[in-house]
Design a protein around this ligand. Structure first.
Ligand code: NAD
Length: 474
């Protein structure tokens, strides 16, 4: 079985005891990775600290060129990385609507390329006979990155690329469920980057906690659940680390009565079951106007009936398994609770026979707010469709959540839809699309969905600290 080392100070590091990584399509181990400890975090931070002066002293153009080399290396190694991603996450190589590991590796390349072209020029506030006042964006030092299991490579790239471009060095921890592609990427990246610039330590929560509390780390960027985000925020207070938190969501979509159910249903299906629902900004609660409710639900159910659940390595697989057993059990519990509350299941509802963690795409109707499946983040292939009659009431219900990541309005009246979208309390509000992100537009959460944002110059800025330089001429 293949082993994937950690990368600390440009060196491959294995531990005596190792951890098996499960392929969720089979339930069996397919790779082994080291079990990192807080001591490995200390070693990685020391290396990152030592690498910081030279890395931050490079010109922006030199760091940009390194990022473009990283993107090119992703392209060269795409087939291998896609295979590893599919084995560790379960997502198909291609998948329904092209949402699979090909999209993840391709998206990672695109994100690095666009980030590499992002700049934070010196701002001149005043330049006259009295003084010249400039605002510079300086690197912070060592950035700690902690990532989740749903889009392991892409989210790692979202963290690393802007941190490195800004002149920081990085100490990162992938999810213990999906460490393999990130470790392999770190190995490839360390053939391009100087030693110590990008260090990746494998391990469980204790490694994440050691990063969050480390006195020589200057900033934490974290993507994961809101509860872990709260622990990290507390741990980061010790040395007043900067934090960017991208957390859980419970995105609502509201469908107005003027849309054609046949036309809108495939689009809704795709964003509800994006990566099997295991996407932070997947559409997780769907509010549909009573005039078209039955038709939208039955059109979506017809699509679900034709979905091929299977091993992601097989060509014709639309949706793979859930990534881990714990997540499968969360989905099972939410389904059981909805059933007990009297909801109707148009499709699915029961886990498929093993091996593997398969649950078919499940459309649940005759359900409303106050049910766990509506109020909690399911993070899986089960979607509650809620009937509404009044748009103001639908917007109020969409906003009645501690989460505020994304939201959408679906209508042919774009002006009115944009007005309604503006009333949604969330970091990204879409019209006639959802989970539709791009590397040059900021993404962040309101309320308990996060602090700060990623992407574009807004995201890059979070990897810097401001220095004001005043040159007195008087
Ligand atoms: P998680 O919070 O359980 O784990 C995320 C990472 O944090 C893992 O690497 C884990 O080992 C580490 N960790 C756990 N406890 C820690 C601690 N006390 N200190 C430091 N690190 C710790 O999340 P998950 O289950 O991997 O991911 C699913 C969640 O992530 C969902 O809620 C989803 O919505 C959210 N998510 C958000 C975004 C976004 O951009 N907003 C993107 C993807 C996923």
């Amino acid at each position: 079985m293949a082993s994937f080392p950690m990368i600390i100070n440009g060196q491959r590091v294995m531990t005596q005891e190792t951890m098996g990584v499960i392929n969720p399509a089979t339930g069996e181990h397919f790779a082994r990775v080291p079990i990192g400890t807080p001591q490995h975090v200390d070693d990685a931070v020391e290396a990152a600290r030592a690498a910081f002066p030279a890395w931050s002293a490079l010109s922006l153009g030199e760091r940009k060129a390194k990022l473009h080399e990283l993107a090119a290396a992703l392209e060269t190694n795409m087939p291998e990385l896609m295979g590893l991603l599919t084995r560790e996450t379960g997502k198909p190589l291609k998948g329904h609507m092209g949402i699979g590991s090909g999209m993840e590796v391709g998206g990672s390349m695109a994100w690095i390329q666009v980030t590499a072209e992002t700049e934070l020029p010196v701002e001149v506030i005043q330049d006259d006979d009295v003084a010249r006042v400039e605002v510079h964006h300086k690197p912070l030092g060592v950035v700690g990155s902690i990532t989740p299991w749903n889009w392991p490579l892409m989210i790692a790239v979202w963290h690393y690329a802007p941190a490195l471009l800004a002149g920081n060095t990085v100490v990162a921890k992938p999810s213990e469920f999906t460490p393999v592609t990130t470790l392999r990427f770190a190995e490839i990246a360390n053939e391009i980057l100087p030693p110590g610039v990008l260090n990746v330590v494998a391990g469980e929560a204790e490694v994440g906690a050691a990063i969050a509390s480390h006195p020589d780390i200057n900033k934490i960027v974290f993507t994961g659940s809101s509860s872990t985000g709260k622990s990290i925020m507390k741990a980061a207070a010790g040395n007043l680390k900067r934090i960017s938190l991208e957390l859980g969501g419970n995105d609502a979509g509201i469908v107005l009565p003027d849309v054609d159910p046949k036309e809108v249903a495939p689009k809704l299906f795709s964003v509800c079951f994006h990566n099997n629902g295991q996407t932070c900004q997947a559409l997780k609660r769907l509010y549909v106007h009573e005039d078209i409710y039955d038709e939208v639900c039955s059109e979506m159910a017809a699509i679900a009936d034709n979905i091929n659940n299977g091993n992601g390595l097989e060509e014709d697989t639309d949706l793979g398994p859930l990534q881990n057993e714990k997540q499968l059990n969360i989905v099972r519990d939410l389904a059981a609770d909805a059933k007990a509350q009297g909801a109707t299941f148009l499709t699915g509802g029961v886990a498929l026979d093993g091996p593997g963690y398969f649950f078919p795409p499940t459309i649940v109707t005759d359900i409303s707010d106050g049910t766990r499946l509506v109020d909690e983040e399911q993070f899986g292939p089960i979607v509650p469709v809620i009937k509404y009659s009044d748009i103001d009431d639908a917007i109020r219900r969409a906003n009645n959540s501690s989460a505020g990541l994304g939201g959408s309005i679906w209508s042919n009246d774009l002006d009115q839809a944009a007005e309604f979208a503006g009333r949604l309390e969330c970091g990204t509000a879409w019209v006639n699309t959802h989970a539709d992100i791009q590397p040059n537009a900021p993404m962040g959460g309101m309320k308990e969905s996060g602090i700060g944002c990623m992407f574009g110059h807004w995201g890059l800025r979070e990897n810097t600290v401001i220095q004001t330089v005043k040159i007195n001429k008087a």
